[in-house]
Design a protein around this ligand. Structure first.
Ligand code: DX5
Ligand code: ZN
Length: 231
């Protein structure tokens, strides 16, 4: 994997919500590959954030894909709403859907890439019979609900196991599946996370936690990319 193969997805959970349009424009200008959009419902997770209206509001401000992470339950009714609001990728947690296969199909039917989000304690075996329906697996490296938490180190092993599964699937003629990690990604661990096999990195507080000058985002994004590329 080389540096151009990696994708960085700043999570706007840690952005300044009073000026979200400017914030997403600034991260795109700083080289972000995706906008990570965390949806929390005070039911599946103990926090409450943003919905399709906000997705629709930021859509005209960027051309990069919007990567919607649903931490909400139930999920099916939200899929058409987010597709209409301009989402490009929609991921959900298996515990929040009664019918994994159906929900994955629904996302693709609405023209979006489909992702499954696995909590630190959720087994990779859930992927066994739906590999062909996946465009992305989102591995949580913290328990979902809040930005600024510490990366759970047991995730490294899980990443390696998932990388092997995805590579085996591809070797058998399967489609591309992105491996995204979410939670506690910083400049000092992004290299190790990439070496374990991740290609897509969510970074919330690492990007938006800095002083809010747009210039700082460029420096931070470059630093993350450089650190990710360290062999
Ligand atoms: C947590 C969210 C993450 C969060 C990451 O539930 O899914 O996307 O914003 O934030 P950091 O990078 O600060 O851990
Ligand atoms: Zn997220």
């Amino acid at each position: 994997m080389n540096i151009s193969d990696i994708r960085i997805a700043p999570s706007i959970l840690s952005a300044d919500f009073s000026r979200l349009g400017e914030e997403v424009r600034a991260i795109q200008a700083a080289g972000a590959d995706l906008v990570h959009f965390d949806v929390m419902d005070n039911h599946y997770v103990p926090n409450l954030t943003i919905g399709p209206l906000v997705c629709e509001a930021i859509r005209p401000h960027v051309t990069i894909p919007i990567d919607v992470h649903l931490m909400a339950e139930p999920v099916d009714a939200l899929i058409p709403l987010f597709a209409k609001a301009g989402a490009n990728i929609i991921s959900f947690h298996p515990e929040a859907s009664r019918h994994l296969d159906r929900t994955l199909s629904l996302i693709r039917e609405h023209g979006c890439k489909a992702g499954l989000a696995l909590n630190p304690g959720t087994s990779l075996h859930l992927l066994d019979h739906v590999m062909d329906k996946l465009d992305m697996v989102l591995l949580m490296s913290v328990n979902p609900g809040f930005g600024g938490q510490q990366f759970i180190t047991a995730t490294y092993n899980k990443i390696k196991m998932l990388r092997a599964r995805i590579d085996a699937h591809k070797a058998e003629g399967g489609q591309d599946i992105w491996l995204e990690v979410d939670g506690g990604v910083k400049a000092d661990n992004i290299g190790a996370i990439r070496r374990a096999g991740v290609d897509t990195f969510v970074a919330g507080s690492a990007v938006f936690g800095a002083p809010d000058a747009d210039k700082a985002y460029i420096t931070i994004m470059q630093h993350l990319r450089e650190q990710a590329a360290v062999k």
